[in-house]
Every structure is written in structure tokens, then in C-alpha cells.
Design a protein around this ligand. Structure first.
Ligand code: MRU
Length: 339
């Protein structure tokens, strides 16, 4: 199952806000619609946001009526700015946009040539995502043993990527290799990506999964019910991993209980010339906290904090799994120095 697809002049994707009750595929015909879908989280997850942004630029290119290179580049830049304003934390969004802009700026050729180039590059970004995730899965599976129970947070699965996932790619490969493993998924308030999406996709694949609320993590670790933690990332900076709110709590608890804490993410999520101080943590609307889906659970007028991501200091991360292999904290420092 692919989560997003280019169909000459339109982009098809699964509306993730309606899962798991309804599987509704939406068709987007403009970059504006793609930006809206990212903002409203119909499309979400760092790698998928990157791919969607690339397709957003491809839609602008495909439908452009610009007669000359300058006008065309102006339209692409405008779309790039629109997309950059959707969500600030996952670096894959900016990475994909920059990759396309760089490519098109450095290419000669008329409008038709540039159009083709952007569409091809967007498709390439999508295909690469699948290949990279498969590699992450193969490396990640080496860290998983027969009988392990893996705790995961939010959704770093197929639905957060074009296919396969990152943290859940490791689980998938381990399962395909015949290891009898189990997953514990945290519900992931406020938007319940764990309950709605991780559980949905693992159950579809027949991988055993148990759902818990976020505040049960300490208790089940104390009881010895978790062997390893695997999460994804929205941005990996020099000193920290930025991921869904609640990741930091889990990392500290894992450390306290001597449980390995692994982060699985493609290189497009790495932002090693930055530190956690440079990252904008997205603040989302209060209704996501005062309501569960459309049901109000808090009194009117209550003051609310709603940061969508948190910052896990690198000292809590046992290893980062990417398409290059399994990186230790020292490897990460080496890469940073080489930059
Ligand atoms: O707000 P979301 O649902 O886009 O947040 C997603 C996450 O935090 C994921 O863990 C992260 O993007 C990694 S996905 C492979």
C-alpha cells in the first residue's frame, strides 16, 4: 500500500484524519490543496510531508501557464514559500523543497524542460523514500531479537512515509524474517496517531500490537514488559532528536530502566548544522487538547499548551538507524565534524 501517488496532474493520498474509521482517498490538483492537506494533517509524518511538498511543486509546474523561465521560476518560488509555511518542525519538508529548487535553478532549458525536470525529481524523491525505508528496516531489524516487545510512539510507519515506514520498517523486516515479536503502541495524545494509525497499519499486516495510553509507559517498563523502544524523528540535530511530543518522557524512562532507545530516520531528517536551539517546535491549536476528535473534554476558556514535538537530548539515544547503517552517538559526532 502506497500512501501517495502522482497521477498526471493530480496527487492521490489517503486522508489520515479520517482513519481508522474511514479510508478516504483524496485527489489534489494544486499546490494550495497540498499545503492545506499538510497543515490539516491529512498528510503527516516527516518523510511523507517531504514527498508531498515535492509533489506540490510538481503540481505547480504541471499546471503552469508561464511563457518564460523567469515567470515559471517565480511561480515555483511562490509555491515553495507556501509549502514552507505549513509546518515548521519536520526538516524533510524543507529538504525536499530545497532539493527541487536547487535542481531547477541550476538547469538550463525552457519552461517545458523545467516542468519535466521538477515532476521527475518529485517522483524520484518518492521512489527513494521507499528504497531508503527498506534499508532502514533491514538495519533496524538487526537490533531486534526473537521474542522482543517493542514500544513505539506516534506513527513512524507506512502512513508517515510513502511506504514501509522508518521505526516500523524495522519491526516489519523483523516480522518478515520470522522473529516472533510484539509491539506496544502509545495512543499519542493529542491527535492519537498511535491509536488511530500505528495500530491500524500493524493490525492490517497481522503484526501483534497492544495499545496503551501515554501515561502507562513508566508502569509497563517497571513491570519488564518492554525490551526496546523504536521511534521515528522529525529532525535530528547535533545535540538532540526532535520527535512527537511525549518522546522525551519515553526516552528518560527507557534510560531509567536500561531499555535501549532507538531512533530510525532517513538522512533527509538529519539537520546536523543545527542544534535544538535552532528548531521551531510547532504549536498547534488549543482545540486539539480541549477536545478528543470533536468531543469537548475540558471547560470552555481553559488555557492550553499544545507543542506538537519535543526535544530528546542525544545522550538518551542508544543508536540512530538510517540508510547508511546503525549510527552510534560517536558516529553522529564524527559526521557532524565532517560537515
Ligand atoms: O505530527 P505528525 O503526526 O506529523 O508527527 C509525526 C511524528 O512525530 C513521527 O514520529 C515522525 O514524523 C517520524 S515519521 C517516520
Amino acid at each position: 500500500m502506497r500512501t501517495i501517488e502522482w497521477r498526471d496532474g493530480s496527487v492521490i493520498t489517503l486522508d489520515q484524519t479520517l482513519l481508522p474509521e474511514e479510508e478516504v482517498w483524496i485527489e489534489m490538483r494544486s499546490c494550495l490543496e497540498v499545503a492545506e492537506a499538510i497543515r490539516e494533517m491529512r498528510i503527516r509524518g516527516a518523510p511523507l510531508i517531504g514527498v508531498a511538498a515535492a509533489y506540490g511543486l510538481a503540481l505547480t509546474a504541471y499546471h503552469s501557464r508561464a511563457k518564460n523561465r523567469d515567470d515559471f521560476l517565480g511561480e515555483i518560488e511562490q509555491s515553495a514559500n507556501l509549502l514552507k509555511g505549513t509546518r515548521p518542525t519536520a526538516v524533510n519538508l524543507f529538504w525536499a523543497i530545497e532539493r527541487i529548487i536547487k535542481k531547477v535553478r541550476s538547469s538550463e532549458g525552457d519552461v517545458e524542460t523545467l516542468k519535466k525536470l521538477i515532476i521527475e525529481e518529485a517522483k524520484r524523491i518518492a521512489e527513494e523514500d521507499i528504497a531508503v525505508n527498506r534499508k532502514i528496516g533491514e538495519y533496524g531489524s538487526k537490533l531486534i531479537s526473537e521474542g522482543d516487545t517493542i514500544l513505539t510512539h506516534c506513527n513512524a510507519g507506512r502512513l508517515a512515509t510513502v511506504d514501509y515506514g522508518t521505526a516500523l520498517a524495522a519491526v516489519r523486516v523483523a516480522w518478515e524474517e520470522g522473529k516472533r515479536i510484539k509491539v506496544i503502541a502509545t495512543e499519542t495524545r493529542p491527535l492519537l496517531q498511535g491509536a488511530r494509525l500505528t495500530v491500524y497499519e500493524l493490525m492490517r499486516d497481522g503484526i501483534p500490537v497492544t495499545l496503551i495510553t501515554d501515561n502507562m509507559v513508566g508502569y509497563i517498563m517497571l513491570k519488564g514488559l518492554v525490551d526496546k523502544v523504536f521511534v521515528g524523528a522529525d529532525r535530528i540535530v547535533r545535540d538532540a532528536v526532535i520527535n512527537k511530543i511525549g518522546t522525551y518522557n519515553i526516552a528518560v524512562l527507557a534510560h531509567e530502566h536500561n531499555i535501549p532507545f532507538y531512533v530510525a530516520a532517513p538522512l533527509s531528517t538529519f539537520n546536523l548544522n543545527a542544534t535544538s536551539k535552532d528548531v521551531i517546535i510547532e504549536e498547534r491549536k488549543p482545540e486539539e487538547v480541549t477536545h478528543i476528535r470533536s468531543i469537548r473534554i475540558a471547560p470552555h476558556g481553559v488555557s492550553v499548551l499544545n507543542p506538537a514535538f519535543d526535544i530528546t537530548p542525544i545522550k538518551y539515544v542508544n543508536a540512530i538507524i538510517c540508510e547508511m547503517g546503525i549510527l552510534s552517538r560517536d558516529d553522529l559526532q564524527k559526521i557532524t565534524k565532517e560537515k
